[in-house]
Design a binder for this molecule. Structure first.
Ligand SMILES: Nc1ncnc2c1ncn2[C@@H]1O[C@H](COP(=O)(O)OP(=O)(O)OP(=O)(O)O)[C@@H](O)[C@H]1O
Ligand SMILES: [Mg+2]
Length: 509
């Protein structure tokens, strides 16, 4: 073969090598393909890519021409020599391996191992100036072989392998980063809905937590009942994120928000052409929730014909898409919630009794806020912190009168109303203490007179004044002289006002 032909063959191979290494994330397969090229065009009888891992261990990443378990092959590939190549970062050429002690000492006992004289060449694989592995070949010995040219060629291949490994490691690192990010987001989500984020340790709430803990790990259908705004959705999240399905999806369907005709398409999905406008097949929420939890919110608002279909899914765990014939099996845990009186709905014929029994396996009653007064302040504080941060305010606490007002209110809208109330109050408060007058009017009237009449300017001013004085006394621990100074008034006026409002300054000591 002329030099020119050899040159062309090498260039041709390099093109193939680059193709084999590009566009694949399966390193082992790509390297095997490279070694095949060496066997086919460059006289390699045996060849291998050996890599060193972070712990310094050397292992065969890809080999061709022998079974790596085979002892003979391992001798030929020169395990000790490749280790040296990797450690020194320098290539090694052994023209006749029977003359090389590192081979010969071990080959002597195994005459059959070497039927024809072999040449061994190994070049380092260098990445970021660090030797991370070796690319080695065994060829039949030939007197006229140009070792320099062979080494140069193998070095080019080795550098291409290095680039490919680098790219793959970057991809792997990125994938790991994404996985970590994903799991930290999940953790964040989990924390968001973990028990610990449900505020309240009143007796009735503790009973709720107990029920959640009891049922979370099972696959039992759960029905959550309670007035509007009591935290039913929060409880549903807590069940899911504390269950074995936590890593699978939590899918919510708000039955009340959907018109009757749409709800079935939403729940079960549809096939292309199932109705006008169904241009492509669409998965329903049941399918989306596969392996996880489906939360049917406002179940009391579902129409009767959909109730029949839901009953079937609950019983058989299967359904068909709208316009579809294929029966789809699902593995989904159901949680339903309602603020409706289902028993009455049954009596009125708007809710199916059989569905009711299917849903009513394990029921959690979330108590209204007025039945858990001790939670009001905990929740108020929680929302105060939350919205202070959210709106960039520096509000540190609630004033005593504000606390009194919050406690004596009857909270018909439950936690949602309390949350809205606190957000509004935080918005209008520009002090470090949230006072009674920052609270919405509905609470002012309730506290002052216990009735629903509107507050006069005079009464509002009085409430405000009382509020401020109490607060100053609290700050000074009942010291009237210092409180007067704080309010820029005299002790005499303060004394008169405390008497007028019936404030006992000793209370603050
Ligand atoms: N115990 C609680 N701790 C903290 N936040 C709560 C708690 N209970 C309810 N909330 C908050 O109050 C709001 C209303 O809660 P949620 O939406 O869960 O109520 P719901 O019972 O589903 O009401 P509806 O029947 O009107 O849908 C939400 O913003 C929720 O985060
Ligand atoms: Mg809700």
């Amino acid at each position: 073969m002329s030099d020119k032909t050899k040159e062309l063959r090498m260039l041709g191979t390099l093109g193939d090598v680059s193709q084999a290494l590009s566009g694949t994330t399966h390193m082992k397969a790509a390297l095997t393909r490279v070694l095949e090229l060496m066997e086919k065009y460059h006289g390699a009888v045996l060849s291998a890519v050996t890599l060193k891992n972070e712990t310094g261990e050397i292992y065969l990443e890809a080999t061709i021409g022998f079974n790596p378990a085979n002892q003979q092959a391992r001798l030929l590939i020169g395990e000790n020599i490749t280790a040296k190549v990797i450690d020194s970062g320098r290539h090694v050429v052994v023209p006749q391996i029977s003359n090389e002690p590192l081979f010969a000492s071990r080959l002597a006992s195994r005459k059959e191992a070497l039927k024809r004289e072999m040449t061994f060449i190994s070049v380092p694989i260098v990445l970021n100036r660090k030797s991370i592995g070796a690319f080695s070949m065994n060829m039949y010995f030939r007197k006229d072989r140009d070792y320099d040219r062979k080494v140069k060629f193998m070095r080019v291949v080795a550098s291409m392998i290095a680039q490919s490994i680098k790219a793959q490691r970057l991809i792997e690192a990125e994938r790991q980063r994404l996985l970590d990010e994903n799991s930290s987001l999940r953790q964040e989500l989990k924390e968001k809905y973990d028990f610990s984020n449900i505020i309240g340790n009143s007796g009735p709430m503790r009973q709720v937590y107990e029920s959640v803990a009891q049922v979370a790990h099972t696959n039992t259908t759960v029905l959550i009942r309670g007035e509007s705004g009591t935290g039913k959705e929060l409880i549903a999240h807590a069940i899911h994120y504390n269950s074995l399905r936590a890593k699978k999806p939590f899918i919510k369907v708000s039955c009340a928000a959907l018109p009757e005709t749409l709800i079935e398409a939403e729940l079960f999905g549809y096939e292309k052409g199932a109705f006008t406008g169904a241009h492509a097949r669409k998965k329903g929420r049941f399918e989306m929730a596969e392996g996880g939890t489906l939360f049917l919110d406002e179940i009391g608002d579902v129409n009767l014909s959909t109730q029949v279909k839901l009953l079937r899914v609950l019983q058989e765990r299967e359904f068909e898409r709208l316009g579809g014939l294929e029966t789809i099996k699902v593995n989904v845990r159901l949680i339903a919630a309602t603020n409706k009186d289902l028993e009455q709905a049954i009596a009125e014929g708007t809710f199916r009794e059989d569905l009711y029994y299917r849903l009513n396996v394990f029921t959690i009653f979330v108590p209204p806020l007025r039945e858990r007064k001790p939670d009001v302040l905990l929740l108020a504080d929680h929302f105060l912190q939350k919205y202070s941060v959210e709106h960039g305010k520096n509000i540190k606490r609630l004033s005593t009168p504000a606390i009194d007002m919050l406690s004596s209110y009857h909270w018909p809208g439950n936690v949602r109303e309390l949350e809205n109330c606190m957000e509004r109050s935080v918005l209008v408060c520009d002090e470090q203490v949230l006072h009674g007058h920052h609270l919405p009017p509905s609470l002012q009237t309730a506290s002052e007179s216990g009735t629903v009449t509107r507050l006069s300017l005079e009464a509002a001013m009085a409430a405000f004044e009382k509020d401020i004085i109490q607060d100053a006394l609290k700050t000074t621990r009942g010291n009237r002289a210092r409180a007067a100074k704080l309010l820029d008034t005299t002790e005499r006026i303060l004394g008169y006002k405390t008497k007028k409002y019936g404030i006992d300054s000793r209370r603050f000591r």
